[in-house]
Ligand binder design. Structure first.
Ligand code: PLP
Length: 412
């Protein structure tokens, strides 16, 4: 096995942390390229979840030790996530079941402050989880405009600018496309929204596993991400600018806290999973070096980014060189590109391609991955969508070579 690349990016030793990498199918180790739909979990995260059940299983706000420890763990996780997102403190971080559920809660809350004729802008590139909740506001007379996607799966910024105006109350956009790996220019959109005082809400679900985030530098009002995409369990995470959640009319019981960050958290949270989220961010932090938590996280993400970009480029170029294979989306010549590569093979459906790979122990997704709108617009939906392969921390050169060889055989 050629471990050179992994060794040079320093990621090889971390594979031992992931128990599921030991799984074998028909004599071959499973190769997980399904990271964009959820990564594997290191034993540190699995351990934190089971430790919570073993030692501390309680509800919040009690006087006894396990309730007190549960409260403390929740607050510590908010602090850890605040460092992960470059936020000004744990009070800006809320939890939910997943990104989609939190975004529906947000859209209902924002909707209560809007009047018929007010406008919201979404994009054609986004996952449906950042479109459906905002589209549902049309039922109350809100105008929802859609910024166009271009052929290369990038946003059409001229069209975007035309869609935002004095009536725009909120713009909802993704930071990175889960289907094509495009990284969007959030700074360009912030400039436009600032002109009109519109809120800027970003879906960082596909961006957070690959790039360090700084919500204050990005100057976004709301950001959502999901821990199961960055080596954690299924928990949705919301960053809301200080004071913003307090102004929104969220769904809530009169018995629950009426203040941020709690006021959007309905019912009992998944405490064990949240203990796992803390461990997941600590895991990323331990990849990096630095004097404080934030610098270690940023450095850890940067190291991960070097590894992912190298293997993403290898995967992209390898697929591109196979005849009868079309790779969709941008190349890796651009400065920022998520290591998520989607392709089709002439004469085969995406389902046939992923099925072939699955029988050989190579895990890829096929279809639209809920990014159904860009698939429709780019004409990829009718043929069953695309096959998607994502690079994660534990991906090796050997695995990429295995995938490329299989696709080559299938395409021949
Ligand atoms: C870009 C993007 N946004 C939103 C979501 C939805 O996240 P969740 O599963 O946490 O609701 C996903 C999930 O795949 C995604 O990739």
């Amino acid at each position: 096995m050629n471990e050179n690349a992994l060794t040079s990016t320093g990621m090889a030793s971390y594979r031992a942390d992931f128990p599921s990498l030991q799984r074998v199918l028909n004599g071959s180790p499973l190769a997980f390229f399904d990271g964009p739909a959820g990564t594997q979990m290191p034993r540190q995260v699995i351990g934190a979840i089971s430790d919570y059940y073993l030692t501390c299983n309680a509800n919040t706000h009690g006087q006894f030790v396990t309730a007190i420890e549960s409260d403390r763990m929740l607050e510590e996780t908010r602090e850890e996530l605040s460092a992960f997102l470059g936020a000004p403190g744990g009070r800006t971080i809320s939890f939910g079941a997943n990104m989609t559920t939190l975004n529906f809660s947000l859209s209902r809350a924002v909707g209560r402050s809007l009047e018929p004729g007010d406008e919201v802008v979404i994009t054609q590139l986004d996952h449906e989880a950042n479109r459906g909740p905002w589209l549902s506001l049309q039922d109350q007379g809100i105008v929802v405009r859609e910024a166009a996607v271009r052929k290369d799966a990038t946003l059409d910024y001229e069209d975007f600018e035309k869609k935002v105006n004095g009536r725009t109350k909120l713009v909802a956009m993704g930071l990175a496309s889960n289907a094509f790996g495009t990284v969007n220019d959030v700074a360009a959109i912030r400039k436009i929204t600032s002109r009109y005082g519109s809120l800027l809400m970003v879906d960082a679900v596909h961006y957070a596993p690959h790039f360090p985030i700084d919500v204050q530098r990005m100057d976004v009002d709301l950001l959502l991400c999901s821990a199961y995409k960055f080596y954690g369990p299924h928990v949705g995470i919301l960053y809301a600018r200080k004071g913003l959640l307090d102004r929104l009319e969220t769904d809530r019981l009169r018995t629950q806290s009426q203040h941020a960050p709690y006021k959007i958290e309905t019912g009992t949270l998944n405490h064990a999973a949240i203990a796992g989220v803390k461990a997941a961010v600590e895991y990323i932090e331990a990849l990096g070096k630095g004097a404080d938590r934030r610098s270690r996280i940023v450095n850890g993400m940067a190291r991960l980014g070097v590894h992912e970009r190298m293997l993403g480029t290898m995967l992209y170029r390898g697929l591109k060189s196979i005849s009868r294979v079309t790779v969709h989306g941008q190349s890796f010549d651009v400065p920022l590109r998520a290591p998520t590569v989607s392709f089709t093979v002439e004469g085969k459906t995406a389902s046939e391609v992923s099925g072939h790979l699955a029988r050989r122990g190579i895990c890829t997704w096929d279809g639209h991955f809920y990014a159904i709108r860009p698939m429709e617009v780019l004409g990829l939906l009718e043929g069953g969508g695309v096959t998607r392969a994502g690079i994660s921390l534990y991906t090796t050169v050997e695995e990429v070579t295995r995938l490329l060889n299989e696709v080559q055989m299938l395409a021949a």
